[in-house]
Ligand binder design. Sequence first.
Ligand SMILES: C[S@@+](CC[C@H](N)C(=O)[O-])C[C@H]1O[C@@H](n2cnc3c(N)ncnc32)[C@H](O)[C@@H]1O
Length: 203
Amino acid sequence: MDAARAINHHADHRGFAGVTGVLCGLVFLLVGRAKARLAADTAQLSSADHVVDVGCGPGTAARVAARRGARVTGVDPASTMLRIARLVTPKRAPISWRVGTAEALPVPDGSATVVWALATVHHWQDVDKAVAEARRVLVPGGRLIAIERQSPPDATGLASHGWTLQQAESFATLCRDTGFDDVSVAERGDGKGSVWVVSGTRR
Ligand SMILES: C[S@@+](CC[C@H](N)C(=O)[O-])C[C@H]1O[C@@H](n2cnc3c(N)ncnc32)[C@H](O)[C@@H]1O
């Protein structure tokens, strides 16, 4: 596959550390709310759920899930992001923050009912390994949800941090090949806020 069209076309991003990492974390706090609500609506969360928020950043979606009654594990490789997440999250919230990656989730086998990944798959180093990890930590019947902003093939800069339809379809195919059923690609939102939602159920 052409590197510009790879599912993880920003795998070489240098990560979120230092002052730049803090600034990015603050921006993610502002822009992540609609995606977080969409993820929670798509998952139809209940108090029986344990959500693993992969690439949780400053934790916006993790807090939405906790407010809807779920238990949450927020995982991110960037300690700067997790520091912001801890700072802005009420202590009583049922959320554990863990340093880790999608490729090696610090979560036991079959312990999650939902794994979601918001605006992060395009950064993963090894998407095949990460989808297998999502399957490992999910219970049978558990749901995987990935959300990425829509990004035209010729986008540059910040606008390129997303997926074309072809990238969303490639991720869906990988999920089917890795043991997920009922995998779908849906378009949500409109204009600049449009996103792809890829979801499936662990076999
Ligand atoms: C654009 S931010 C999105 C953060 C959050 N999900 C949100 O929607 O606000 C992408 C996040 O993915 C994380 N990330 C990068 N590579 C990762 C990997 N291999 N596994 C898990 N997370 C990763 C980054 O540290 C960053 O916090």
